[in-house]
Design a protein. Structure first.
Length: 76
C-alpha cells in the first residue's frame, strides 16, 4: 500500500484515494495525522510503552526482569 506525504497509508488506486480524500474533506472520516505530522495512533501507543509499563512494576519485579535480560545477553 502506498504511503502519503507524511508516511500514512493511502489506497493504491487513484479512485480509492480520491474517495478517501473526499471523505476526509467532508468529515466522514478523520485524518490520522496530528498537527506535527505524526501518526496519532503511533503517538498514543508511545504513551503506553515502556515508561508506562515500568511505572506499573515494583522495584523488585524490575530487578528480576533486568537480571534475566542480562543473563540472556551475556550468557551466550
Amino acid at each position: 500500500m502506498p504511503r502519503g506525504p507524511k508516511g500514512e497509508q493511502r489506497p493504491a488506486d487513484a479512485i480509492g484515494n480520491a474517495i478517501m480524500i473526499a471523505k476526509i474533506a467532508t468529515g466522514e472520516i478523520e485524518d490520522i495525522t496530528t498537527e506535527d505530522g505524526k501518526n496519532a495512533a503511533a503517538v498514543a501507543l508511545g504513551r503506553m510503552g515502556g515508561k508506562a509499563r515500568a511505572e506499573g512494576l515494583s522495584a523488585r519485579k524490575r530487578k528480576e526482569i533486568a537480571k534475566k535480560a542480562a543473563a540472556t545477553r551475556w550468557g551466550k
